[in-house]
Design a protein around this ligand. Structure first.
Ligand code: ADP
Length: 404
């Protein structure tokens, strides 16, 4: 089945056409500046020259129409007509307390997604606009919603509850939800296969380290804890996000600097993390270059902080799971940077972790699944390139197949 994977933002719409039989991407691209001046689409079919076009896009409906027009174009497209799209899979950031798996977008489901808006207004609002636009333009094509939070819904109460007055947690559904679910699900599934023992017996720490980063403890194939919380701000320091900090810093800074809730949110989400500590960039590559070539002390600190935090969570989750079979590194930073795989593992030999530095330092492109621990290492450490699209496409196909 060809599944069109859609990820709608407030003024953008990213897409991938994915074939579930061959597990390949037939085309991918995105529309930008929707509802603004200078709308455009960029589109790429493997083996063909990338294509770009400027076209005013008044709304998400215009955007999805342009996507379909481009996908079915004789020159730059890859399918003959919309009939070749079996289903649409929408990536939705937050499923709140309502969704523990992927679902068909029915009226009832969309009403519940509407309730999640309060939990992630910047993401859910645009997602809903994108979903409605696709439903309008592709009337006979089933639309499936895949939630970033769903894979974490197996966490026990003691892991997902925050110690604030119960009246607030209940009134506002405040709890740990966790994010990057499709990525943690994909890499843990791959790792379980590699371990070659029954899923129920496996204990894996999955480290998704990108612009946004999170770690999950996956015991018996199910998440028992994860670093992101009520929002994707919790846990590890990230490109521009602070990660977990003493919550009293929030009110302290608000008072001292006379900041509004929006302003402090902006500081913690957009100006902190690597950018906050290093100062010159939020990109790990720049930070690493500044550390290695200029011996920049702030860049060095930022990288040491991130590595330390990853190490701390590996230890914490090993304790939470009562053991450890494997650690997996994935996403932009985890896949492309040997130091962020090696540094957190230094000193963890007592846990049975031993990195093969020659292998870890010698990884070449294209990045492939690679074992980076030694043969003697009791715990297997792997780099596994993530594939969230595969999870979204597979889920979409299975929801649609169940309808028949
Ligand atoms: P997002 O969370 O936005 O999906 P990514 O997973 O793409 O982010 O991760 C972005 C981070 O990965 C950046 O900090 C960047 O430095 C790092 N990264 C991405 N590609 C490379 C690369 N080829 N070499 C080194 N670092 C990379």
């Amino acid at each position: 089945m060809n599944v069109l994977i859609v990820n709608a933002g407030s003024s953008s719409l990213k897409y991938q056409l994915f074939n579930t039989e061959t597990k390949t991407v037939l085309a991918k691209g995105g529309c930008e500046r929707i509802g603004e001046k200078g709308g455009n689409i960029s589109h790429k079919v493997p083996e063909k020259t990338p294509y770009e076009k400027n076209q005013e896009l008044q709304n998400h409906e215009d955007a999805i129409k342009l996507v379909i027009e481009t996908l079915t174009d004789k020159e730059v497209g890859c399918i003959a007509s919309m009939d070749e799209i079996g289903a649409v899979g929408h990536r939705v950031v937050h499923g709140g307390p309502y969704f523990t798996g992927s679902v068909l977008a029915t009226e009832d489901v969309l009403a519940k997604v509407e309730l999640c808006k309060e939990l992630a207004p910047l993401h859910i609002g645009p997602s809903l606009v994108g979903i409605h636009a696709c439903m309008d333009v592709m009337k006979n094509v089933p639309q499936v919603l895949v939630f970033d939070t769903a894979f974490h819904s197996t966490m026990p109460e003691e892991a997902y509850t925050f110690a604030i007055p119960r009246e607030y947690s209940e009134k506002y559904h405040i709890r740990r939800y966790g994010f990057h679910g499709s990525s943690h699900r994909y890499v843990s599934r791959e790792m379980i296969q590699i371990l070659g023992k029954p899923a129920e017996e496996t204990k894996i720490v999955t480290c998704h380290l990108g612009n946004g980063s999170s770690i999950a403890a996956v015991k018996g194939g199910k998440v028992i804890d994860t670093t992101m919380g009520f929002t994707p701000l919790d846990g590890l320091m990230m490109g521009t996000r602070s990660g977990a900090i003493d919550p009293a810093i929030v009110s302290f800074l608000m008072e001292k600097e006379n900041l509004s809730a929006d302003q402090i949110n902006n500081i913690l989400n957009k100006k902190s993390g690597i950018l906050g500590v290093y100062g010159a960039s939020s990109d790990f590559r720049d930070c690493r270059m500044a550390m290695e070539e200029k011996k920049d002390p702030r860049a060095t600190l930022a990288i040491r902080m991130l590595a330390y935090q990853v190490k701390k969570y590996i230890g914490a989750y090993t304790a939470a799971m009562g053991g450890l079979d494997a650690v997996v590194f994935t996403a932009g930073i985890g896949e492309n940077n040997n130091i962020i795989r090696a540094m957190p593992c230094e000193g963890l030999e007592f846990l049975g972790i031993e990195i093969d530095h020659a292998v870890n330092d010698g990884i070449k492109r294209p990045i492939q699944t690679t074992k980076i621990s030694t043969e003697n290492s009791k715990v297997q450490v792997y780099l596994i390139p993530t594939n969230e699209e595969l999870i979204i496409a597979e889920d979409t196909e299975s929801v649609v197949s169940a309808l028949k």
